[in-house]
Design a protein around this ligand. Sequence first.
Ligand code: G3I
Length: 316
Amino acid sequence: AAPLRQLAEAKGIYFGTAVAANRLGESQYVQVLDREFNSVTPENEMKWDATEPSRNSFNFGSADQIVNHAQANGQIIRGHTLVWHSQLPSWVSNGNWTASELTQVMENHISNVAGRYRGKLYAWDVVNEAFNEDGTRRQTVFQRVLGDGYIATAFRAARAADPTAKLYYNDYNIEGINAKSNAVYNMVRQFKQQGVPIDGVGFQGHFILGQVPNDLQQNLQRFADLGVEVALTEVDIRIPLPVTSAKLAQQRADYEKVVRACLAVSKCVGVTVWGVTDKYSWVPDVFPGEGAALLFDDNYNPKPAYDGVVTALGGD
Ligand code: G3I
């Protein structure tokens, strides 16, 4: 069959992956990356700890590497992420800030990082993972010092820094209809009413085998109906080890279901998987005893999951 990027393009969506700058020297990695994917998301290189490790001192070396590689290979770029509680340097999280100081710190970060790539990125995950599972706000330094309004402030700063990037709110466990996705939904509705510049919602899609929600399509559609685009931004489907052929078959069906849900929603612009190969996936590090969550195995061989994506995209 044709590569995923070509099948996706024919269906009017992109097919993306997270990419790590320190793997761009590995020929097999790059070969699969450039053959299969027409969108990339830097896995860590645009996060706050990488880009502004100390106050007002910016570092763009590895992020630039990914941007340059993507531009040379016809890939769009999803910037990830401007405001997040994790991989946030301690000078930010432990600072004894007043609200006006922290607003200035956040706006300065956004204007420098989003400003550096102004006009070059398809989208930015402006704010990442700001809600708890019960729909309340996560108590980050931004939430504690600035209150609920910090998210709107961040979106306005991102728009000013890069007027052409689509501005996304991005989170996990919001793929189905539940308390957390309801809270995000209510925020997006309010932003649209108030004119806060939001263009999209990213549904990360870190799934467990056999647990892709049945209401995924319905949930994507209700967000689309608010007037934003939607995307699956970090998909992986982790398998409780050991891997068996039955589990790989289930994973194939799960991936097919995810891609079909996106295709069924006209404002769903693309699907991104969270890595090229199982070899470098974050999953086994964080969930010992689980793994094999991606489309290519440790040796870059396509798995049944790959065929599930091909089937959904109408390939042979
Ligand atoms: O950079 C250091 C390196 O200097 C050090 O030698 C090494 C030793 O452990 O650690 C390196 O940092 C690691 C970093 O990835 C870069 O490889 C961190 O320990 C590790 O925690 C970090 O993990 C990343 C994780 O976000 C952190 O929260 C994963 O690669 C990345 O895939 C993951 O991605 C997140 C998305 O951004 C948001 N949604 C969830 C998703 C999965 O957790």
